[in-house]
Design a protein around this ligand. Structure first.
Ligand code: ZN
Ligand code: ZN
Length: 144
């Protein structure tokens, strides 16, 4: 298990306390909004501005240590699960996001019938539906 310092250096980034803190927050898992990341990073550092967190997230994303997703109608979120081309399921009810493995296992996963001469490297797939909690809530409401 490599440390945050190792990861940053291996990806060509200088090690700084804000970068380490944000990386640790992301490594705990989930798909976090910038405000959540900033709040959790502040619990680890004395202070870090939201702008600094944005800057760190940009650096981590460019270095391939973080992935940015932005489901329609939702603010951008970041996660540390990178490099596996996994897809996301988003709940239409509450906005919960879950990971699903890439349907094929590698990019671009899906191919259009006619790529129009483009060289494809990615298909951004978002599945939409209702999470178990929202299904239960709807059933409870329907039973009233
Ligand atoms: Zn839901
Ligand atoms: Zn994910």
């Amino acid at each position: 298990m490599s440390t945050g310092e190792d990861l940053l250096r291996a990806h060509g980034l200088r090690v700084t306390r804000p970068r380490l803190a944000v990386l640790e927050v992301l490594t705990e898992g989930g798909h976090l909004e910038v405000e959540d990341i900033a709040r959790k990073a502040r619990a680890r550092l004395d202070s870090v501005s939201t702008q600094a967190v944005y800057d760190v997230l940009g650096a981590l994303s460019r270095a391939g240590l973080a992935r940015r997703i932005e489901p329609a109608g939702s603010p951008a979120r970041y996660e540390a699960r990178v490099g596996d081309n996994h897809h996301h399921i988003v709940c239409r009810g509450c906005g919960a996001i879950a990971d699903v493995d890439c349907a094929v296992g590698e990019r671009p996963c899906l191919s259009p019938g006619d790529a129009q001469g483009f060289v494809l490297d990615e298909a951004e797939v978002t599945f939409w539906g209702l999470c178990p909690d929202c299904q239960a809530r709807r059933r409870a409401e329907a039973a009233v």
